[in-house]
Design a protein around this ligand. Sequence first.
Ligand SMILES: Nc1ncnc2c1ncn2[C@@H]1O[C@H](COP(=O)(O)OP(=O)(O)OP(=O)(O)O)[C@@H](O)[C@H]1O
Length: 410
Amino acid sequence: MSRSPSLPDRPHRDIDPDLPDDERLEALRGHYADLVDVHEQLESQLEEAEDRRQGLREKVDRVERENETLKSSSLYIATVEDVMDDGEVVVKQHGNNQEVLTEVSSRMADRVEAGDRVAVNDSFAIQRILDAETDARAQSMEITEKPAVGYEDIGGIDEQVREVREAVEQPLADPEIFEEVGIEPPSGVLLYGPPGTGKTMLAKAVANKTDATFIKMAGSELVRKFIGEGSRLVRDLFEMAREREPAIIFIDEIDAIATTRTESKTSGDAEVQRTMMQLLSEMDGFEARGEIRIIAATNRFDMLDRAILRPGRFDRLIEVPEPDRDGREQILEIHSRGMNVADDVEFAELADDTEGYSGAEIESLATEAGMFAIRNDREEVRHQDFLEAFEKIENDDSSDVVSSAGYFYQ
Ligand SMILES: Nc1ncnc2c1ncn2[C@@H]1O[C@H](COP(=O)(O)OP(=O)(O)OP(=O)(O)O)[C@@H](O)[C@H]1O
C-alpha cells in the first residue's frame, strides 16, 4: 500500500519590527512567496489524495461486483474421488460422471478428503466443501423423530389401517412371531389411490405407534430438483434409515422414479432409470425382518413399472380409496374435533353432500367453515357456516373436486 506523502513544513520567518520599511516589506514578500509555495504543494497533495481515493473506490466497486458474481454463479456438485500428495484431486461430477483432475487451493488443501461432496465452478476448481446442511441429502428428505399423527386421526379407511398395521407395524413391534411361524413379512408396502386420502398419514401413524423415525422422500423431487443426484440420494436414504433404525422409509409419488420404461432414450429417462435401479437394488439387499420398513405411495398406479411389484419388493398393495359416506362423516368429525361446533351441525347431512371429496378436501371444508364463523363475528361454527363453505369450495374450484374424484389411479 502506498504511504501518504508527508506534509510540507509550515513557513516561518522572524521579521525584525525595527527594520526599515523597505526591508520589512521585502521580508514579508518573501514570507508570502513561501506561503504560496506551501499552498501549492498542499493543493497538489490533495489532488493526488483525491485521485487515490477515486482509484480505491473503483477497486472496491470491482471487488464487490466480482464477489456478487461469485456468490450468484451456479456451481456444480461433484464428489472427491482421490486426493494426491501434490495437492491435486480427482473429482467426479454428478449427473454426467465425468472425472476431472483439478488443483485445490491451499486454503482447502488440508480439509478435502476422498468421499467429500464439493461444489465446483465451470473450471472444476473446488469452491466449497458441502456440509450436511447444504447437502442435497438433507434437503431432499423430511425426517421426523415422532410424527404427531395417530390412527385415531385417520377416518374412513379402517380396513387399510388394519392392513398397514399388520404389514408394517407388526414386523417392527413383534418380529419374533414371523420367525416362529417361519414366514417373511412383506418387504415393502405400496399405498395407491387418489390424492389427499390419507396415505402419508397412514405411514406417519405407523411410525408414531412404533417409535420409528419417519423418513420421507418425494419421488418427483428426486428426479426434478436434484438432477443427477437420484441414485445417490436413494443410497443415502437407506443409509440414513440404517443409522436411525427403527425407521419407516416413505417414498411419496414413487411413480416419478418407477414409471413404465419408455422408448425414448433421453438423458432424463436414463437418470430416472438409474434412480429406480438403485431403489430396486437397495430393496433386494434388504433384511426383511430388520428394523426398517418401506412404504411407497402413488396416485398413478397405472403408470408403475411392474418390476417394483415383484416379490421381495413392493409386494403388499393396499388401495386407499376416496372415503364413502360414513368415512366422510368420520373425517368431518375428526377435523372438527378441535373446533367450537354448534349443536345444530349435522355431520351426516354434510357427508351426504360431499360425495367425491377426499379427506384433504373435507379438512379444507372444516377450516373454511371456521373462517365463515370468524367473518360473521362468531366463536361458534354453525351448520350454515359449513354450507357456505361448501358452496364456496364448489364455486371456487369445482373442476378440482371433479378431477380428483375422477382421478385415474387403477
Ligand atoms: N382419511 C383421512 N382422515 C383424516 N384426514 C385425512 C384423511 N385423508 C386425508 N386427510 C387430511 O388431508 C391431509 C392430506 O392427507 P395425506 O397427505 O395423508 O394424503 P395423501 O393420500 O398422502 O395425498 P397425496 O397422494 O396427495 O400425497 C392430511 O393431513 C389430513 O389432514
